[in-house]
Design a protein around this ligand. Structure first.
Ligand code: MTE
Ligand code: MO
Length: 421
């Protein structure tokens, strides 16, 4: 790929997606030279090729060379035991599925150690017959598998602060993950209990010490909500709600109640703490908006991203993730000049509903300053807003549900930082 042949599609170095194919030769990979292929090189047998390694194991581990990839959590708060969150290392992951051990976490009272043989799921309230299920009972029901993202309503909230935090994709946006969730459609269990026509809400409660509860509108409950028992093929991890969690696709993470133990059908929402004092959006007129359920249309460049450093001029692959709580991702545009000009990125593979999509576009960094941004459009035509648009609409009194465009500035030394434009 020579300089003359590069097809420029937007300002400040964005290149046509067709150049993704030639990228290995143009940039990151090193071209084999005669000496590297010569007699000496062939004799250098690495130590791990000389002796057999350890044999098979009962439960796998990752490579010791990837142990730096960790969830990032804040400092424990002694007045709030077990409370807090940990964030997925978005910049180090590829594809769209988050490994279970790196799925983000948000706990209000820590992770309960639940014995599945002692755990019950009760369905009661406005039903023809209240039901109680054991874990073993539930495993006998027909299950479905769906790939969906999960995002905490507080994700990216710090972008609404007056000055930009020195952060990374992980520290600023790591409260989003994506997995294949397998479980029983909630409608199957509700049909069996027989929903009273007066029931408008399903109040879900967890078995953790927070007794965290949320009210789910009956239409959503009968639509695509799962009682999830498996996460990427294995039983749901304790951090994610073992032995079972509610999973409400596309909706704010808080409503997907973990360690699920009760579903009570009610005519009104239960007004749980997490739907009154928390997870509501206080607007500029000081009224609070309750029950903002679907997460907004959003995207994020994960590489290059905050706190990385570009160590050479040349062609880079700009890549990231996009998602929408209202459908699938149809388009992701990328800008290298702070939003003045845009080019369409390649969206990889199938675009599932309410799941992460991976996008890529080649970009030539010629050593000057640049501001990289991405902007997603979903299947309903929703376009990701700028930060100014979110602030105008939503104000600064609440930092929940922020889905604004992220700006990463690249300076002439190659440093990448979170900025506001
Ligand atoms: N029972 C219970 N369910 C819960 C929570 C909790 O603390 N207790 N946290 C909620 C919040 S705020 C979020 S964002 C998601 C996080 O799910 P994860 O930890 O599997 O990522 O779970 C929700 N469900
Ligand atoms: Mo959350």
């Amino acid at each position: 790929m020579t300089q003359e042949k590069l097809e420029r599609v937007a300002g400040n170095g964005l290149l046509s997606r067709r150049h993704l194919l030639g990228m290995g030769l143009a940039g990151a990979g090193s071209v084999m030279t005669n000496s590297a292929l010569g007699a000496d090189a062939g004799l250098q047998i690495p130590s791990w090729s000389k002796v057999p390694g350890p044999g098979a194991s009962g439960y796998g581990n990752r490579s010791s060379h990837t142990e730096h990839m960790q969830r990032m959590s804040g400092n424990p708060n002694p007045t709030y035991p077990g409370g807090g969150a940990s964030r997925s290392p978005l910049a180090e992951l590829q594809g769209t599925i988050t490994p279970n051990s790196l799925h983000f976490e948000r706990h209000h009272a820590g992770i309960p150690d639940i014995d599945p043989s002692m755990h019950k799921l009760v369905i009661n309230g406005l039903v023809r017959q209240p039901l109680v299920f054991d874990y073993e009972d539930l495993l006998k029901y027909p299950m479905v598998s769906k790939i969906h993202f999960l995002e905490c309503s507080g994700n990216s909230g710090s972008l609404l602060r007056p000055s930009p935090a020195d952060g990374s994709a992980q520290s600023l946006h790591g409260l989003v993950s994506c997995a294949e969730w397998t479980g029983i459609p909630l409608s199957t269990l509700l049909d069996e209990a027989g929903v009273d026509p007066a029931a408008q809400w399903v109040s879900a409660v967890g078995a953790d010490a927070a007794s965290m509860g949320r009210s789910v509108p009956i239409d959503k409950a009968m639509d695509d909500v799962l009682v999830a028992l498996f996460q990427n093929g294995e039983p749901v991890r304790p951090e994610q709600g073992y032995p079972m969690r509610l999973f409400c696709p596309g909706w704010e993470g808080n409503i997907s109640v973990k360690w699920l133990t009760q579903l009570k059908l009610t005519s009104e929402p239960s007004q749980f703490r997490d739907e009154t004092s928390k997870y509501t959006d206080t607007l500029p007129d000081r009224n609070s908006l309750q029950f903002t359920f679907p997460m907004g249309t959003k995207s994020l460049i994960t590489s290059p991203s905050g706190q990385m450093a570009l160590n050479r001029q040349g062609i880079y692959q700009v890549t990231g993730i996009a998602w929408s709580g209202r459908g699938s991702i149809r388009r992701v545009e990328v800008s290298a000049d702070g939003g003045r000009s845009w080019a369409d990125a390649e969206i990889e593979s199938h675009q599932s509903d309410k799941a992460l999509a991976r996008f890529r576009i080649p970009w030539e960094w010629s050593g000057g300053s640049a501001v990289l941004q991405s902007r997603a459009t979903d299947s309903e035509g929703n376009v990701q807003p700028t930060r100014d648009a979110v602030l105008a609409d939503h104000g600064r009194l609440s930092s929940y549900h922020n889905h604004c465009i992220q700006s990463w500035a690249v300076n002439s030394n190659g440093g990448v930082a979170n900025v506001y434009v």
